[in-house]
Design a protein around this ligand. Structure first.
Ligand SMILES: [Zn+2]
Length: 417
């Protein structure tokens, strides 16, 4: 065991992992004065030191009690469970434990312990166990989320998540902040498998559900955001809690999304860019952890409504603009058509004013106008008509009229040109 109760003041004593020879001698001396006892059976403990285990407490004559043996076993299983985590995992747990221990002192009926000690008999352990007057929380931190191990990790996490629920606990997951895959132009976020599994459903998410349910009654809602799906029927807003160290302190980033695809890729509608919350605030105790700032959320919901309103206006304006363009084009086309019709009509009317004539009519007309003789007529027939064509008799008559020919010779001058 790595910890014991201090007999005099009943405080928990933790032995350091790495100890100098002086440390070892000193702790061993203190133990001989019988100041350490087992937190489970209250037996006096001695201190031992080994290559692998470092410094540790042990029952006398190696007669460990049942409870301490179970906790030792649980610690081994927990160590195995957390093998995959990064070095940040341990640091974050320590920070959260410190914060929660402070809160436990001021909240009646609140109790905090590391998961494997609180629930040594379990098969899976939360990193931290929190007991509140009305519920128990299983707090876990996931680090090292990468696409390569994503599916396997998601399976492990899902199993653990369901196990905690079976045991009557409410799982709370924090995830080490990794690069987020956000499609800005589509207003969407692409989630890891693991992220979809550990997303929470909180009081604030329910309030967002309400707001979005009313907004999507407008069937063009997703068009406003260029979001590529409009098939989200069951509005289910969820939240993720990213944890990271900004320059001064550990913060939680609250990220909400509207659940959409349940097969890969896990695209979801991004509700906003999220916001950072100091750790102490995120872990404030209401019914469970607060995990949000109600004022910011209220503000964000207002902003969201304004944004939808603005996008709706823009969309309507765009529609109107397109409608106008369509109308203008129609009007233009109509004018073109009318112009063409007019042209055609003019043409036809011209033809009516100036109807074609037959060769016989031409002969008659020429006889009257320029005194065409029999001989001249033969000449016209043989020399000119084959060239001009009988159907074009009118052409000859036009020449006579337009040039005011007085006789056949006048006409011939033009025809010979
Ligand atoms: Zn014991």
């Amino acid at each position: 065991m790595r910890e014991a109760l201090h007999v005099i003041d009943n405080e928990l004593v933790h032995l350091p992992y790495s100890a100098t020879d002086d440390d070892v001698t000193n702790f061993k001396k203190l133990a001989k004065k019988e100041i350490y006892q087992c937190p489970y059976c209250q037996a006096k403990l001695i201190v031992k030191h080994g290559e692998e285990r470092g410094l540790y407490f042990s029952h006398q004559h190696s007669e460990a009690c049942e409870e301490s043996r179970m906790v030792d076993k649980a610690e081994k299983r927990y160590t195995k469970q957390t093998e995959r985590e990064s070095s940040l995992h341990k640091v974050l747990i320590d920070i959260i434990m410190d914060e929660l221990e402070i809160k436990a002192k001021i909240n009646n009926g609140m109790f905090v312990n590391v998961g494997y000690k609180a629930k040594a008999e379990w098969k899976e352990y939360p990193d931290i166990y929190v007991k509140l007057p009305k519920k128990e929380l299983a707090v876990s931190i996931v680090t090292n989320v990468s696409p390569a191990h994503d599916s396997k990790l998601a399976q492990q996490i899902t199993k653990r998540h369901e196990y905690f629920i079976e045991q009557g606990l409410e799982p709370v997951w924090f995830i080490e902040k990794v690069e987020q895959a956000i499609e800005k132009d589509k207003n969407s976020i692409i989630l890891w498998d693991a992220e979809l599994t550990i997303a929470s459903k909180t009081q604030e998410d329910n309030m967002w559900d309400k707001l979005i349910s009313s907004e999507i009654e407008d069937e063009k809602f997703y068009d406003y955001f260029s979001y590529p799906s409009s098939f989200i029927k069951n509005v289910d807003v969820k939240s993720l809690y990213y944890i990271f160290n900004n320059d001064q302190q550990v913060v939680v980033k609250v990220q909400r999304f509207l659940k959409d695809r349940v097969v890969k890729p896990f695209r979801a509608f991004l509700i906003n860019d999220g916001y950072e919350l100091p750790f102490a605030e995120a872990l404030a105790i209401d019914d469970g952890f607060r995990l949000s700032n109600p004022d910011i959320e209220e503000e964000l919901r207002k902003t969201f409504q304004d944004k939808v309103f603005q996008k709706r206006e823009e969309h309507a304006e765009q529609q109107l603009h397109e409608e106008n363009l369509r109308k203008q084009k129609l009007e233009h086309d109509e004018k073109e058509r009318e112009l063409r019709l007019k042209e055609l009509r003019k043409q036809r009317m011209g033809e009516e004013k100036n109807p074609a004539i037959t060769y016989n009519e031409l002969k008659q007309l020429l006889k009257e106008r320029i005194g065409l003789t029999q001989k001249e007529q033969m000449q016209l027939w043989n020399r000119y008509m084959p060239r001009i064509g009988l159907n074009n008799s009118k052409l000859i008559w036009d020449i006579v009229i337009n040039n005011d020919c007085k006789n056949f010779s006048d006409l011939k001058r033009f025809l010979d040109k």
